[in-house]
Design a protein around this ligand. Structure first.
Ligand code: PLP
Length: 429
């Protein structure tokens, strides 16, 4: 069998030397992978339990159109999400177009003029800057008179509890915490750390609404920020909880009051949750959620494998090969633009879709350096599917994430690795 597999990899352009080298790394990761599988097993049971409790049935996959009154599929799915994340209520909809939209919705629905929003995990994800108005923008919260402040994380990546005490004044209505590092260089926050920060905020004022940007974090741990006091958790369905199957969508899970506010903002005052036809996406939402714990485990294995592989060549990998994981993103600092390009070309060539295309760096709007991106996804732009991107500027890092199956993630990383070996960018001892 091993020889047959080697032969298949050879057909994919992976040399015996590269394969043998990587197999040694995989062998060393067995125990680590077992732990990842245990978390997936736990979360799988959580998801199945919620589906059983809410009596998910074939009828829930029916398409609705028009207003979508009494959409049983939609209503039951939202109960399932609320049970999976242990919240009172949820909004899970194709009308929430992406993660940024879900976050903007959660914020704008729960803030009023003269209220203040404070992010306590430092500068939020790029797209949120325009939502909040950190960068002036048409329709931002700032234009509606919502004030903003931020507490940066300390040098070591920990919450700044002193800063939090100082900046949480009487006019603060919502506190934002971003779990994942996104494309910043800080460490990702564990749910345990988020728990301590939420406690600190609630000690100052228990009425403050804590919203956690949960993007890329779902099902990475056994607990979620909603298990430790977050009033709202927010994310994208073309990341972790969509399991690769959801073709669009976002979710907000939280307290009854917060979700009610969100529903009136998503549709209209008065209509709230009662409208919103499902347009036939229900089976992919349910089945994607069902698969999500294992898909996340596959993505995590890919990230851990890559960290351990590239660490062997003294590249700076974040998180490192041994660190515990709190999201699915892996950064690798190559210090060399050729490595970034070779890496992304490898990821693209391994894809099931668009494998014959060659990614090139280009001047993307909104970026100060050319960016190269690799993605060969069934769902356009999906980043729970194996994908990578790298800005062509120091420290010449790639950020990659996803992999619907571990074996696909492995192939992508091997092809990236092989490219770098072939180009003489790394030398196999
Ligand atoms: C992806 C992401 C977002 C935005 O989601 P989109 O679906 O790309 O709009 C926000 N915050 C974090 C941490 C993310 O990773």
């Amino acid at each position: 069998m091993i020889n047959k597999i080697k032969e298949m990899y050879k057909q994919q352009g992976i040399s015996e030397q590269v394969y043998d080298f990587s197999e040694k790394i995989c062998a060393d990761l067995e125990e680590r992978f077992k732990k990842v599988d245990k978390i997936a097993e736990y979360n799988q049971l959580k998801v199945i339990g919620a589906m059983q409790k809410n009596k998910v049935a074939e009828a829930h996959f029916n398409t609705t159109t028009g207003y979508g009154y009494n959409d049983l599929g939609r209503e039951t799915l939202e109960k399932v999400y609320a049970d999976v994340f242990h919240t009172e209520d949820a909004l899970v909809r194709p009308q929430i177009t992406c993660g940024t939209h879900a976050l903007a919705l959660a914020l704008s629905a729960n803030l009023r003029p003269n209220d203040k929003l404070v992010y306590i995990s430092g500068k939020p994800y790029d797209t949120l800057e325009e939502v909040i108005g950190i960068r002036p923008s048409n329709g931002s919260l700032a234009e509606y008179g919502v004030k903003y402040d931020q507490v940066d994380l300390l040098e070591n990546g920990e919450f700044d509890f002193e800063g939090i005490k100082e900046k949480i004044t009487n006019d603060v209505k919502v506190v934002g915490i971003q779990r994942s590092k996104g494309y910043a260089t800080r460490p990702t926050l564990s749910v345990e750390k988020i728990s301590q920060a939420i406690k600190a905020v609630k000690e100052i004022n228990p009425n403050i609404i804590v919203m956690v940007d949960n993007c890329y974090g779902e099902f990475v741990e056994e607990i979620e920020p909603s298990d430790v006091g977050a009033d709202m958790i927010v994310g994208s369905l073309i990341k972790n909880p969509g399991g690769g199957l959801a073709p669009i969508g976002g979710y907000i899970c939280g307290t009854k009051q917060c979700i009610e506010n969100c529903s009136y903002r998503l549709t209209t005052p008065g209509l709230g949750k009662e409208v919103g036809a499902n347009l036939g996406v229900m089976s992919s939402f349910y089945q994607g959620l069902f698969l999500a714990p294992n898909v996340v485990a596959s993505a995590l294995k890919g990230a851990i494998f890559a960290a351990n592989l590239f660490e062997k060549f003294n590249f700076n990998v974040i998180p490192d090969g041994k660190e515990s994981r709190h999201d699915i993103i892996q950064a690798i600092e190559f210090g060399n633009p050729d490595c970034v390009i070779a890496f992304c070309k490898g990821i693209q060539a391994a894809a099931p879709v668009d494998s014959y295309l060659t990614p090139e760096p280009w001047d993307m709007p909104g970026y100060d350096a050319p960016v190269i991106m690799a993605a060969g996804a069934f769902v356009s732009g999906s980043s729970i599917e194996l994908s990578a991107d790298g800005p062509i500027k120091p420290p010449y890092a790639v950020y990659f994430q996803g992999g619907l199956t571990w074996h696909h993630a492995k192939l992508g990383i091997l092809k990236a690795f092989q490219n770098m070996v072939d180009d003489g960018l790394i030398t196999l001892k």
